[in-house]
Design a protein around this ligand. Structure first.
Ligand code: FEO
Ligand code: CA
Ligand code: CA
Ligand code: CA
Length: 619
């Protein structure tokens, strides 16, 4: 199921495809899918690493190859073994299954039954396993135990009605509530017992779904754009795609295709989209979830719920360690189809976040906090509430600019009344300042040397047939990288292509549609895919050496799934990844995690990956 196939950007901003064509023809650096080797700017990438960020849940350096051996010495999964109803993993690795959709969270919780009831689903693992973070639970005087005991925060991006309800559309409010409770986030306690990781049914566990109370913070909090005539309190998070972690140990979940859960019944008013609603892709039919039929909150034509849709499309902060804390939507980070956020620390301890807006011809954003994160928190401020939001503009010569989205810009002041409007309609603001339309920005990740990587998953509507770029259209995607000036605080950057997926086709490295992405502390880049793979492959996870561009396939998923979500223990001896929508819910393709029988409904699951020799994942 592809919920990402629209185009909402009707601006005339010059697409990245044009910039890329000119840039590549000028520099001629692309050869065999490896751009970096010929680029003096990136010479030495992957060699000189700064210390890792000091926050909870982040990995430590020092794998067996950190001192100069080969980064990857595992045997890859051959193309010929990367299909079918069961995952394949490198013979040097093994996997186990954790928290399939519907597992109860707490002691005595309801066991999975299909289809679930709304009440049960609210107490069970959701569906659509996506971005994740691992938060270690350390204990004792020396803080031990975090490598084998922790809380896993996991996003539940989506599940189609056929998969969740067993029918194409809801026929009651109860059905809608089942669907809503299957979306959102789970916080799960997990522990390694003996050699195996297990879910602990625990009171530390928690579900956050579409009907969970939430609050707003930052410049848009309290603004009329978030008020409805009905006066209903803000509830819920939806289409939680990728994720991030803060230096202070909280989880960030990113609301992506929120537009698709709204529709218009036209029972109260005749709904036609406003300029802003059109720019965010709202339509009368939505994605077909049908929530608006039984839940007025999601009916765009209901006069009581005007502005309800402005409450979605944000990044939401969750404290995994305190289940009594209300999730907070951090409005300073802007409202768009948030894929994910990669947080790093810039000069002076400022928090810097890189974010993709996943739609064809949409943009890449950067947030910079106003001050050192510790100093802000000491004053009772969230670093995510006070800062500047920028959008990227790419130039042909390999340089780029971060354009601030500020009401102080006269071009924005001519359109918007205040900064809250700029942030709520960040896409419209970005159109005005001249951001570069991209080929669907998915995950971002910051390597320890400061390089930022971003997946551009594909863009079948790209129409630039000029120049030497072979990707017109771009059905298979690519990965770019850039390096900001002034230790992530600058307003300029240098960019380069890292990999182009189609260069791998017909080889043992074959992959398409890069999406999930994580740069580890040793110079590896983990790449996960979401889309029609070539050469008969299922979706997969590969590991790249960022210094050489070498690729090795670590894992393939099951028929019809997507591989997404990356979390690691601090020692990096365990990695968690997800098989999302196995079989697209069709039991004739796979019954994972059950053995193939052609009947059992497949369940989204987390895969626990370990090296057989106990080594660092990716080595
Ligand atoms: Fe939820 Fe763009 O992937
Ligand atoms: Ca994704
Ligand atoms: Ca995707
Ligand atoms: Ca997905």
């Amino acid at each position: 199921m592809n919920h990402d196939d629209g185009i909402s950007n009707k601006s005339n901003n010059r697409p990245f495809a044009d910039v890329l064509n000119v840039h590549i023809s000028r520099r001629k650096v692309l050869a065999g899918g490896l751009a970096m080797a010929a680029s003096s700017f990136f010479a030495g990438s992957g060699l000189a690493f700064a210390a890792p960020p000091p926050w909870a849940g982040r990995p430590e350096r020092g794998g067996p190859h950190a001192q100069g051996g080969p980064l990857m010495d595992f045997t890859p999964v051959p193309v010929a073994e990367g299909s079918g109803p069961w995952p394949s993993i490198s013979p040097d690795y093994e996997f186990d299954v954790l928290i399939p959709w519907g597992e109860p969270l707490e002691p005595g919780g309801p066991a999975f039954s299909y289809p679930p009831t709304a009440a049960d689903q609210a107490q069970q693992i959701g569906i659509g396993h996506d971005g994740m973070s691992y938060f270690p639970l350390r204990h004792g005087k020396f803080g031990r135990g975090g490598d084998d005991h922790g809380l896993l925060c996991i996003n539940h991006e989506f599940g189609g009605n056929r998969h969740v309800l067993g029918k194409p559309a809801p026929t009651s409010l109860e059905d809608v509530r089942v669907s809503q409770h299957a979306h959102g986030v789970s916080v799960v306690e997990i522990k390694k017992i003996g050699a195996k990781w297990r879910q602990l049914r625990s009171h530390r566990a928690r579900r956050i779904h579409v009907n969970t109370p939430v609050s707003f913070s930052g410049p848009v909090a309290g603004h009329g754009l978030l008020q409805t005539p009905n006066g209903n309190v803000p509830l819920g998070t939806v289409n939680n795609c990728a994720n991030g972690e803060t230096p202070w140990g909280t989880y960030l979940t990113c609301e992506e295709n929120f537009n698709g859960y709204f529709g218009a019944t036209n029972q109260q008013t005749t709904w036609v989209p406003s300029e802003a609603q059109a720019r965010y892709g709202f339509s009368a039919g939505g994605f077909g979830y049908g929530w608006e039929t039984f839940d007025r909150r999601f009916d765009l034509s209901d006069a009581d719920y005007i502005n309800e849709e402005n409450r979605f499309g944000w990044i939401v902060e969750i404290d995994p360690m305190d289940a009594t804390r209300t999730p907070v939507k951090r409005t300073a980070l802007g409202r768009f189809k948030h894929e994910g956020i990669a947080l790093t620390l810039g000069r002076g301890g400022r928090v810097v976040g890189y974010m993709g807006d996943d739609e064809r011809f949409d943009y890449i954003y950067k947030f910079v906090s106003d001050d050192n994160w510790r100093a802000m928190r000491a004053q009772g401020q969230s670093p995510l509430d006070h800062g500047r939001l920028y959008v990227a503009k790419f130039h042909d010569d390999g340089s780029g600019e971060w354009l601030e989205l500020s009401i102080d810009n006269p071009a924005l002041a001519a359109k918007f009344a205040d900064q809250a409007e700029v942030l709520t309609f960040a896409r419209l603001a970005a159109d005005i300042v001249g951001a570069t339309p991209m080929d669907r920005p998915e995950w971002t990740t910051v390597a320890p040397n400061g390089d930022v990587y971003c997946t551009l998953t594909n863009n079948s509507r790209r129409d630039t047939a000029t120049g030497p770029n072979p990707q017109a259209p771009n059905p298979d995607g690519h990965i770019i990288k850039w390096h900001d000036s002034d230790d992530h605080l600058g307003t300029t950057f240098q960019w380069e292509i890292f990999l182009i997926a189609s260069d791998s086709h017909g080889t043992e490295d074959s992959y398409s549609d890069p999406d999930g992405l994580w740069a580890d502390p040793d110079g590896r880049l983990f790449i996960q895919t979401d889309g029609g793979q070539k050469d008969g492959l299922n979706n997969q996870m590969l590991v790249a050496d960022t210094a050489t561009g070498e690729l090795r396939r670590l894992l393939t998923g099951v028929s019809g799934d997507e591989i997404t979500g990356i979390a690691v223990t601090p020692d990096r001896r365990t990695m968690f990844v997800n098989t999302q929508h196995p079989g697209n819910g069709d039991p004739s393709l796979t019954n994972f995690p059950a053995p193939f029988d052609g009947v059992t409904v497949p369940r989204d699951s987390t895969l626990v990956i370990t090296r057989k020799d106990g080594g660092v994942i990716g080595s």
